[in-house]
Every structure is written in structure tokens, then in C-alpha cells.
Design a binder for this molecule. Structure first.
Ligand code: 4AD
Ligand code: MG
Length: 464
């Protein structure tokens, strides 16, 4: 007999009175005085669990059914019936139940059917996908990833698998994990140049961004994107930083800053719309969980035009409101999270796009504006989270790029192939990076980025 998922059972209206076979885990068990037990079974295929009614006449009722606790795995053969007086309109009358796996020491099983704090769940990252909240995040994360590829494909983009191991620091911030095969045993202490003995014969790192490689392909295939894990060795132990996170990086040839901004806004709105359409149950669950109206908030995200504002204008606003901040900001300085929060949550109460930052606080590859002071850059700030997108038009003029490489004190030789893109048929091009986990925070209301990725990596935390 074919196993049906709980998702299929709720979807197919034609299954009423049909015999079915399911497998899953016990969420709760309740025994009535009339000789019945009610089991709630989930299998993760959707947010719902299904109620199973078990009659005490079933052979193993006393031996097994009455001993079931949260987390036991079972298979059930039964018939689907219409139920009365329940939120969900169907349930299963069991013919037989088999226990696949018991819970050893139910008293100490961490994932009970009660609500747990996110902090508690994090300590059991291997078991937490069994909770409704992490199960819901996982399904949303899947749908988002799928829709990212879908959106890109529909818009004529090619997916480029850029390398995770690199020798270049794309963002120039020095926050890279060094990779090495050298260890105490194979280091020759007489050797003055250890690096030459290392695996690649060169210093090598986990990449912070696939952008530079993506640019090479955009300068041939016009519209490309990378989507994969990226790594940052920042010692930022905050609720919005991970040491390993996933980034979507579109890169488009023949496109300027204003066009890439419009593209980013469209893409974000498409993705949020897809989640509202396909993951309504999960969004409703999160609304109840946090006691906020997420549907309203996400519809506002989709329907309001994102507010665009120049960096220089932002500084004027912040200076007028200096009393609200710990530190008075000056033109040329980067925004702190308190500034971003004030702007997006209080001043504009909207998703905002800040444009044209000073060249000194941004990366070397950004295109210099005619004012000689700012670069054609963008940051998208989401209320409650902060920066979710960072991007720019790229410097396509070789002489300008070389000046930047020099002023950032980068080694020109290492960028020979990147410079070649400017030497051979150069074109204006632009792109950005969207942090998948920060987008999940925006969509679900999750407050700590550690709860948006299966096994978070953060400073001093490499468990699981
Ligand atoms: O602003 P960032 O550093 O931009 C780049 O890496 C560019 N090379 C992207 C490009 O233009 N192709 O990072 C882009 C986004 C941020 O806006 C944020 O959403 C996310 O990546 N991000 C992080 N997410 C989680 N943890 C961290 N430590 C993050 N650092 C950046
Ligand atoms: Mg940034």
C-alpha cells in the first residue's frame, strides 16, 4: 500500500472513506474514558498534524498505544472520515498501528508538545526541526530557495557555481577564514616560506562572496547569479550575523545602479508574494506565535514602493535627530544599526534603499560617481532587521579601478584576471547580494538569525 503524506491527505478531497497508510511521529496522545485514544501525528510534509482515533479493541492497544509518548514514530493504517467539532475537518479512524521507534526516557526527551524558547531549542539543533516553529522555517527556507531559482530562470538568468575556495578578499575587509593543510607534522620549520608548501601554493580562504567570479560570467552571458554559502570570520556575535550564511548574488551586464535597484525591489516582492501564496499556513502560524499581523506586514512590503534616499540626505536626517543616538554621525561614516533601525522603523516606517555611499566605507569594486566622493552603491534596509541587500554598479573603467586597487592597498597582480574584464570589451554592469537568512527573518518575524538556518555557525559555536 502506498504511503500518503499528511499534506496529500489534507489536499485530496476524494480520500474520504478511503483506506490509507501513513507514517509519522506522535505529537500528542489523549485517552478518553469511553475506551478511545486520540493521537496527533505529524510527518513534516506540512504544518498540520492529523488526528487518529484509536479504539481500544485494536490488538496492541494496551501493549503499545497506551504507552505512546511525544516523538514516538508510528505507521498507521486506517480510514479517513469527516470529523465534527474540530478545526481540521478530517481525521483517521485507525485499523492498526505499528510502533516503529520508541522514545527512550520520555521524561528527558527535550522536544515536548509544549512551546519552548528559541534559546532552548538551539541547544538541541539536531532535534529542533521536530518543533512546529523550526519545521515551518525549514519549509519556508525551501520554498524561498526554489523560488529564487525559479525567478532567476524565468528572467533569463544563468546560475553560475562560483568557487567556495578562493585567494581573493572580495569585500576587502579581511574577515576571511584561512584554509590550510599544514599541521604540526608536515610543517618544515626550516622552510622560510610556509605558504609555498601549502596545498594551493598560495594563501587560500573560504569565500566571502562569489561576486568577482560572477562578474566574469556576466561579462559573457549578460545575466547570471550565484546562490550558495559564504563565510565571514567577523567576531560579530549579534542576532543578525552568521559565520556561514547563504547569499544570492545576481550580476547583470549593461545595467546601471538605478536599474539594479528596481530589479532588487521586484525580486524581493516576487519572493515575498510566493511565500504568501504557497506558505500561508506557516505565515499564519508565525503571526499567532509572535502575536503580530504578518500578513498585513508582508502585504505592506509588497504594495508599498520602497523608499529611495541618498546617503547624504540620510546623514542630514540623522544629524537633526542626534539626541536619539549614542553617537553623532558625520558625513563619511558608516551607519550603525541604531541609525538603520531609526530610519526604517520610525522615520520612514518602510523598507528603504540608501544610495551612493562615500567611497571610503565601501568596497574597491564600486563605481565612482562624478562627485569623486561617492560610489554607485545601494543598501536595502528592512525594518526590524537592518541591511538585507548590499550592492552596486561596478567600476568598469580600468584606470578608475586601478586607482581604487591602489588606494585600498590591494595587490594589483592578484587582480589580473578581474582587470582583464575591463581590458577586453568592458561594459557597465551591476549586481547585489541578498542574504537568504536575513530575508527569512523579514518574512517569518524570527528575531535571531540562528533560527533561520539548520545548524548555525557563529563565533565559539561549531556544535552539530
Ligand atoms: O553587503 P555584503 O557584504 O555584500 C557583498 O558581499 C557583495 N559582494 C554582494 C554583491 O554585490 N554581489 O553582503 C550582502 C548581504 C548583506 O546585505 C546581508 O543580507 C548578508 O549578505 N550578510 C550576512 N548575513 C548573515 N550574516 C552575515 N555575517 C552577513 N554578512 C552579510
Ligand atoms: Mg553590506
Amino acid at each position: 500500500m502506498k504511503i500518503l503524506t499528511i499534506k496529500e491527505i489534507f489536499k485530496k478531497k476524494t480520500l474520504i472513506n478511503k483506506k490509507i497508510f501513513i507514517k509519522g511521529w506522535v505529537h500528542t496522545r489523549r485517552d478518553s474514558k469511553k475506551g478511545f485514544s486520540f493521537l496527533n501525528i505529524y510527518d513534516g510534509s506540512c504544518i498540520n498534524s492529523i488526528q487518529i482515533i484509536v479504539n481500544n479493541k485494536i490488538k496492541n492497544y494496551k501493549k503499545d498505544v497506551l504507552k505512546l509518548t511525544t516523538g514516538c514514530s508510528v505507521s498507521v493504517i486506517g480510514i479517513i472520515i469527516n470529523s465534527i467539532g474540530r478545526e481540521q475537518n478530517i481525521e483517521i479512524k485507525a485499523y492498526s498501528i505499528k510502533v516503529i521507534g520508541w522514545i527512550n526516557n520520555p521524561e528527558t526527551y527535550p522536544i515536548s508538545s509544549k512551546k519552548h524558547s528559541m534559546n532552548f531549542l538551539r541547544k538541541f539543533s539536531h532535534l529542533r526541526p521536530r518543533s512546529r516553529i523550526i519545521g515551518s522555517v525549514s519549509r519556508i527556507r525551501h520554498t524561498l530557495s526554489y523560488e529564487i531559482h525559479n525567478f532567476m530562470n524565468k528572467n533569463g538568468f544563468y546560475w553560475i557555481s562560483t568557487p567556495l575556495i578562493t585567494s581573493l578578499d572580495t569585500e576587502g575587509s579581511g574577515n576571511m577564514f584561512n584554509i590550510s593543510t599544514l599541521n604540526e607534522n608536515n610543517i618544515s620549520y626550516k622552510d622560510k616560506n610556509l605558504i609555498k608548501n601549502n596545498f594551493f601554493g598560495k594563501e587560500s580562504f573560504l569565500t566571502v562572496s562569489g561576486q568577482l567570479n560572477a562578474e566574469s560570467y556576466a561579462c559573457a552571458l549578460s545575466k547570471v547569479y550565484t546562490f550558495g554559502p559564504t563565510f565571514r570570520a567577523e567576531k560579530s556575535n549579534t542576532r543578525r550575523h552568521l559565520s556561514e550564511f547563504w547569499m544570492i548574488e545576481p550580476e547583470i551586464a549593461f545595467v546601471s545602479l538605478n536599474e539594479i535597484i528596481l530589479f532588487a525591489e521586484n525580486m524581493l516582492k516576487y519572493l515575498v508574494t510566493s511565500i504568501l501564496n504557497q506558505r500561508e499556513d506557516e505565515i499564519n502560524f508565525f503571526s499567532k506565535y509572535w502575536k503580530i499581523d504578518l500578513i498585513y506586514r508582508l502585504n505592506k512590503f509588497i504594495n508599498d514602493k520602497f523608499i529611495q534616499i541618498e546617503y547624504s540626505e540620510v546623514i542630514k536626517i540623522l544629524q537633526k535627530n542626534y539626541k536619539l543616538f549614542n553617537k553623532n554621525i558625520r558625513w563619511g561614516e558608516d551607519l550603525f544599526s541604531e541609525h538603520e533601525r531609526f530610519l526604517s522603523e520610525k522615520y520612514f516606517n518602510s523598507t528603504i534603499i540608501i544610495k551612493n555611499f562615500p567611497k571610503n566605507i565601501k568596497a574597491f569594486y564600486m563605481r565612482l560617481n562624478d562627485d569623486n566622493k561617492t560610489v554607485a552603491s545601494l543598501d536595502i534596509i528592512s525594518p526590524g532587521i537592518g541591511e538585507i541587500v548590499g550592492g552596486s554598479q561596478r567600476e568598469e573603467r580600468l584606470d578608475f579601478l586601478d586607482k581604487q586597487i591602489n588606494s585600498f592597498k590591494l595587490c594589483k597582480k592578484n587582480y589580473w584576471w578581474y582587470r582583464d574584464l575591463r581590458r577586453y570589451g568592458t561594459v557597465p554592469h551591476s549586481g547585489f547580494g541578498l542574504g537568504l537568512e536575513r530575508l527569512i527573518m523579514t518574512i517569518t518575524g524570527i528575531k535571531n538569525i540562528r533560527d533561520t538556518i539548520p545548524f548555525p555557525r557563529t563565533p565559539y559555536n561549531i556544535n552539530f
